[in-house]
Write a protein that binds this ligand. Structure first.
Ligand code: NAD
Length: 501
């Protein structure tokens, strides 16, 4: 039968594109995470295998960003406490470093399994203490922390294969200082390779997020780790300064801001101590016009709103090819309407609480600068909780390279969008930053991925995905993002000296 002809006038018209609107228009059923977090009223220090009252006699309040309530009190370690921690770590070093690798590995396996056993409790504690959505602490932070101990347990008896023809030797005591954005995970990144290599540790957690580190001490105790192998000294910047400058440290590993990293590099210059610095970033996430745009939009959303944007490698500068810029911005604005910002303990929450009042002020200040400097702001309508520190997901379009929102690390849920015309311009803009930690490339062409990735000055380049991590994959930066690598074989080498046989 001949096909029935349809006149242009009677042609069926495509139905208008339908938008999925969630936002605050309708409510999910309540879904709070209810596992008990078992947070003590106060946490002393953990030195020589014992919970120890600080010699400084000082404690400070630790507030929950979720509702500003006092969660617990944390010991503020002084110089004498740091001395005691180094004395315990120095005493433990000969026994720990001489232990056969297979035995050391067993302790790491045990720590990993104990962490898995208590995963729900740690996830809730991490969310209460740091403000990140429970979905992320449950599905990312805690499992990844355990994965780092599992992975490095495997290295403990294989050090001889790290650098064939050389004899690897542990360095001694590692002094480690970590930030507040991934408290338990950063602790695992630091402690697991140090122990696998045969070093002992003095670690200081960040002042706003010490709870999971101090709870981790109970895991070390349950794992029967020999006393002094890991010592945890909480406190603020003075405690941190005492940890990184202590003469007992053979190696210093710091993750935090570029400003403090520079200070540490200056303080350690000429001491001969090994140093790794994992610092800030302002990553370019680049979308070419041949990219699968819906997939790219999901990657951009994950790249900037994961952990409220408190991520050193966050894709905070979006570079979009001019021909698709309008479409991408529209798709992003629509997608942002379905993000839920609010109580981090609710399993439906996408964007949780900002870690501290100070960080919230910093984000607000930079967003004001973006508006003043002429960028176009977009924030979806959303009801923020009345108590607690929250900031709505935010997008700036029409950004130029000289604006502060394009240059400075905001460390919050704020995306700055710039455009480019040619691949060369994309690379030039991406590299036009003081940082060099990470980047993303979205394109249909495999050859373009390899070409652009080789031209980007960034420690990690993700292709057609973003924020993917694995303990076997080295992570670290160039330029003002620091030096040294964490994870994988390269990360292990940072904790060893390689000697002639
Ligand atoms: P921060 O530098 O203020 O603090 C980090 C840690 O250093 C805290 O524990 C703090 O108490 C301590 N500290 C402060 N002053 C010190 C000093 N003089 N000596 C020794 N320790 C000191 O940074 P922050 O605001 O907590 O963290 C956010 C920064 O960390 C961002 O810039 C982010 O990009 C960076 N970061 C980098 C990575 C990475 O892997 N490159 C990972 C996470 C966070």
């Amino acid at each position: 039968m001949p096909a029935k002809k349809t006149s242009a006038a009677s042609k069926p018209t495509a139905p208008p594109a339908r938008e999925l609107l969630f936002g605050d228009l309708w409510e999910y059923d309540p879904a709070p995470e209810s596992a008990p977090a078992f947070i003590d009223d106060r946490y002393p220090l953990f030195i020589g295998g014992e919970f120890t009252a600080p010699k400084s006699k000082r404690y400070f309040d630790s507030l929950s960003p979720r509702d500003e309530s006092r969660l617990t009190r944390i010991a503020d370690g002084g110089k004498a406490d740091v001395d005691a921690a180094y004395a315990a770590a120095t005493k433990a070093f000969p026994g720990w470093s001489a232990m056969p690798g297979a035995e050391r590995g067993k302790y790491l396996f045990r720590i990993a399994r104990l962490l898995q056993d208590r995963a729900r409790e740690f996830a809730v504690a991490e969310t209460l203490d740091g403000g990140k959505p429970i979905r992320e602490s449950r599905d990312f932070d805690v499992p990844m922390a355990a994965a780092h101990f599992f992975y490095h347990a495997g290295w403990a008896d294989k050090l001889a294969y790290l650098a064939p023809g050389r004899v690897p030797r542990p360095l001694g005591v590692a002094g480690q200082v970590i930030p507040w954005n991934f408290p338990l995970l950063m602790l695992a990144w630091k402690i697991a390779p140090a122990l696998a290599a045969g070093n002992t540790v003095v670690l200081k957690p960040a002042e706003t997020t010490s709870v999971t580190a101090m709870k981790f001490a109970t895991i070390l105790r349950d794992a029967e780790l020999p006393p002094g192998v890991v010592n945890l000294v909480s406190g603020g910047r003075e405690t941190g300064a005492a940890v990184v400058t202590h003469p007992g440290a053979a190696k210093v590993a710091f993750t935090g801001s570029t400003g403090v990293g520079k200070w540490i590099q200056h303080a350690l210059a000429g001491t001969g101590r090994r140093l790794t610095l994992e610092l800030g970033g302002k990553a370019a996430n680049i979308i070419f016009d041949d990219a699968p745009l819906d997939q790219a939009v999901e990657g951009v959303i994950n790249g900037i709103f994961f952990n409220q944007g408190h991520v050193c490698c966050a894709g905070s500068r979006l570079l979009v090819q001019e021909s698709v810029a309008e479409t991408v911005v529209r798709k992003l604005e629509i997608r942002m309407r379905s993000l839920r910002t609010g109580d981090p303990l609710d399993k439906n929450t996408d964007v949780g609480a900002i870690n501290s009042q100070g960080q919230l002020e910093k984000i607000r200040e930079l967003v004001r600068a973006g508006i003043d400097e002429g960028a176009r702001i977009h924030q979806p309508a959303c009801k923020l909780p009345e108590r607690g520190w929250y900031f709505p997901p935010t997008l700036f379009s029409g950004v130029t390279m000289s604006q502060r929102v394009a240059r400075e690390e905001i460390f919050g849920p704020v995306l700055s969008i710039l455009t480019f015309r040619t691949p060369a311009e994309a690379v030039e803009k991406a590299n036009n930053t003081a940082y060099g930690l990470s980047a993303g490339v979205w394109t249909d062409k495999g050859s373009r991925v390899f070409k652009i990735a080789s031209e980007l000055k960034a420690g990690v380049v993700w292709a057609n995905t973003y924020n993917k991590f694995d303990p076997a994959s080295p992570f670290g930066g160039y330029r003002e993002s620091g030096f040294g690598r964490e994870g994988g074989r390269k990360g292990m080498l940072e904790y060893l000296s390689l000697e002639a046989p």
